[in-house]
Structure formats: C-alpha cells, structure tokens
Ligand binder design. Structure first.
Ligand SMILES: NC(=O)c1ccc[n+]([C@@H]2O[C@H](COP(=O)([O-])OP(=O)(O)OC[C@H]3O[C@@H](n4cnc5c(N)ncnc54)[C@H](O)[C@@H]3O)[C@@H](O)[C@H]2O)c1
Length: 260
C-alpha cells in the first residue's frame, strides 16, 4: 500500500479511465480528489468511493481550461488535506474531422483541454510538491502520443505535446523529487470511444464493426480493447514508484498496437 494516505488529484475522474484510477487509489487507502467539469457526477463518484473505502474521496468542480478554476480547486485540496502528492492529468475529449473540415474553434478546444489543462494543473501542484519534497505527476497520453491516425489532427498533436511537457517537468522536478510520466493507452471502451465509433464510420464510409475491428483494434496482437483496469494498474504503479529512476517516460498499454 505505497499510496496509503497520499493525496491524489485525478482530473476528469467522474467517468471512464479517471474514475477507475480514482477507484484503484481509494482501494489502496489514498485520499482522492475527483476533479471534473461535471460537479454532480464528481460528488456522486466521491460518495461511492468513500463508501467503498478504505481510502476516501472528495469531488470538486474543475474546468481544467480555466486558470482560476484550477487554482481555486487545488487551493481547496490543500486547505482540506494539506498537500498534493499525486496529480493525474487525465481530463480529455475527442473531436474527429478530416483536417480540411476541422473547425478552428474545435482545434482550439482540443488543445485547451489536453494541453492547457495539463499545464495549468501542473503549474498549480508543483509548488506544493516542491514544499513537501516530492510528488508524482502522471499525464494521460495515448498511443496517439507516438502514432497518428486519420481524422485526429488535434488529438494527435495534443497527445504528442504531452510527451514534451512531461520531459520538461521531469527535468525541472528532478532535484525536488517530482517525477513526471505519461501513460499511453490504446483504445479503451469508455464514453469517449463509444461516441467515435459511429462518427468514424460515417466519415470513413465503413461500418461500425469495421471501425472497431480494423481502425481501432486492427494492429493489436489479439484484437482486444485495453481496459480501464489495465490503465488504472499502471497509474497505481507510477503513483507509488518512489525514486527518480522512473521519470520522463511514457508507458504504452495497448495490447501491442504500438511497440517502441
Ligand atoms: N478511451 C480511450 O480509448 C483512451 C485512449 C487513450 C487515451 N485516452 C485519454 O484518457 C483520458 C480520459 O478519457 P476517457 O476515455 O476516460 O473519457 P470519458 O469521456 O469517459 O471521461 C472524460 C472525463 O473528463 C471530463 N472532462 C471533460 N472536459 C473537462 C474539462 N474541461 N475539465 C475537467 N474535466 C473535463 C468529463 O466530464 C469526463 O468525466 C483522456 O485524456 C483521453 O484522451 C482515452
């Protein structure tokens, strides 16, 4: 139980991958902050996880693209629990279009959630981690941090960008015991992916079954989706890893879709 009692902020944790990471951390006895745009869903998830124990959770409203919302959210965490040991910058959305049809407003929205969100939450947590003498920062990248796919110009750009941010934070954080790593999942069946299946089928002119079999899972070793539990296990490992031996890295969890 390496993260027992640790204060872990997980953004976008009212749903999908973030919710499972929050659950896994509470199972290990951590104090978890479910920070999400959806305040009601965040509070509901926090109640559910606290009832499960042995750790506990609180829900806070946070739009990761708003500097004020991020700063006041992290201030509330420190007021409540006195510290921040782990940040999982996970909140994200997906918007798919061919590049020539990609609305500029959607491009900016994508970069704001994935990159501004990662920057702002990191900036708000690092001073507390420095004061405490360490911490773990985990960015939710994707196989698309390393690989490209059609229709995903903004997503692939943003997820590649997270690798750069993580490496800089690893270098700046090293002398303060702050570790920074990226998890790169393959396709995981969450609302974010479910929404894309009919959209991609329509844009590419193929069936939904073909989107799943060929586009999403065609290059895996076994045709299987990665699960939220798979990703949460890696997030637990990174949160509990205690030295700078593992920093500035990205770990790909994708049934072999991408190997490096
Ligand atoms: N599902 C996949 O296949 C997959 C694969 C690789 C990486 N990822 C990444 O994992 C992360 C989580 O995705 P998911 O599949 O669990 O999606 P999801 O839609 O299930 O959950 C995303 C959560 O983020 C929240 N959110 C959205 N915008 C926000 C904002 N501005 N501020 C705060 N919270 C916000 C949503 O309310 C939601 O609770 C994303 O960064 C995504 O890019 C997902």
């Amino acid at each position: 139980m390496k993260i027992k009692g640790k204060v872990c902020v997980v953004t976008g944790a009212a749903s999908g991958i973030g919710a499972e990471i929050a659950k896994r951390y509470v199972e290990e006895g951590a104090r978890v902050v479910i920070a999400d745009l959806k305040e009601d869903a965040a509070s509901e998830k926090a109640r559910e996880l606290t009832a499960m124990g042995p750790g506990e959770a609180i829900g806070i409203a946070m739009d990761v693209t708003s500097e004020d919302a991020v700063n006041s959210g992290i201030a509330k965490v420190v007021e409540t629990w006195g510290r921040v040991d782990v940040l999982v910058s996970n909140a994200g959305i997906q918007i798919v279009h061919k590049i020539e049809d990609y609305p500029y407003a959607d491009w900016k929205k994508m970069l704001a959630i994935h990159l501004d969100g990662a920057f702002l939450t990191t900036k708000a947590c690092v001073p507390h981690m420095k004061k405490q003498g360490g911490g773990a920062i985990i960015y939710m990248g994707s196989v698309h941090s390393h690989e490209a796919s059609q229709l995903k110009s903004a997503y692939v750009t943003a997820k590649h960008g997270l690798l750069g941010l993580a490496r800089v934070v690893a270098k700046e954080g090293g002398q303060h015991g702050i570790r920074s790593n990226v998890i790169c999942p393959g396709f995981v069946r969450t609302p974010l992916v479910d929404k894309q299946i009919p959209e991609q089928a329509a844009t590419l002119g193929i069936s939904e079954e073909e989107v799943v079999k060929k586009v999403m899972l065609g290059d895996t070793v076994d045709g299987e989706f990665t699960t939220v539990q798979d990703v949460a296990e890696v997030a637990l490992f990174l949160a509990g890893f205690e030295t700078n031996a593992l920093t500035g890295q990205s770990i790909i969890v994708s049934h072999g879709w991408f190997m490096n």
